[in-house]
Design a protein around this ligand. Sequence first.
Ligand code: AR6
Length: 185
Amino acid sequence: MASNEFKVGKATVRLVMGDITEASTDAIVNAANSSLMGGGGVDGAIHRKGGPQILEECKRIRATEWPNGLPAGKAVITTGGNLKAKYVIHTVGPVWRGGNHGEPELLEQAYQNSLRLATSKGLKTVAFPSVSTGAYGYPVEEASLVALKAVKEFLEKEDKLTEVVFVLFSENALEAYSDKARKLF
Ligand code: AR6
C-alpha cells in the first residue's frame, strides 16, 4: 500500500490532501506575493480565516524591513491570528516563465528560507502548500520535485524539526508529490 509518510532523519514528511488553513502545525506557510498585502488562492484563504492581525503584522514588516516588497525566495513570519497554527510564514515563490529564469533556485530558496525561519523560532512542525503552482503557473510535476528535494536537504542537515506536512489542494497535486516522494525518500 502506498504510504504518504516518509522519514528523513528524525523528522517525518507527510503528504495530505486538504485545506492548509485547517492545519494544526506550529506554523503554516503562505504562498504570498511581494506586496505581502494578501491576494487570491491560499493567500486569500489564510488572511480570511486568520483575521486582520496577520495583515497588520505584514504592514509593519513592509514598513520596517521590506519597504519595496518581499523578493521571491525570501520568507517572513507573523502571528497565525485566529488560525490553529500559531504562526504564518509568508514566502514568495517565483512566477513560472518557462523554467530558465532561475525559477527552480528561487522555489528552493522559498522552502529553505521558510524552514530556516521556523527553526530559528524554535518551531517543531510546519505545513506547506504547493508554492507557485496556482496563480504563478509553476507546473506541479516540476515544483513537487524541487519542493521535496529542498525539504529533504534541509532535514538532513537540521534535526530540530519533527514534522513537515505538504497540504495539497487537489488529487492531482497529491499524486505528483507522492510520486516524487517515493522516488526521493
Ligand atoms: N490550502 C492548500 N492549498 C491551497 C489552498 C488552501 N486553502 N488554496 C489554494 N491552494 P496559489 P501561487 C493551492 O495561487 O501559485 C495569490 O494571489 C492551489 O491549488 O495560492 O504561489 C498570492 O497573493 C495551488 O496548488 O499561489 C500571489 O499573488 C497552490 O495552493 C499568488 O497567488 C498555490 O496556488 C501566488 O501564486
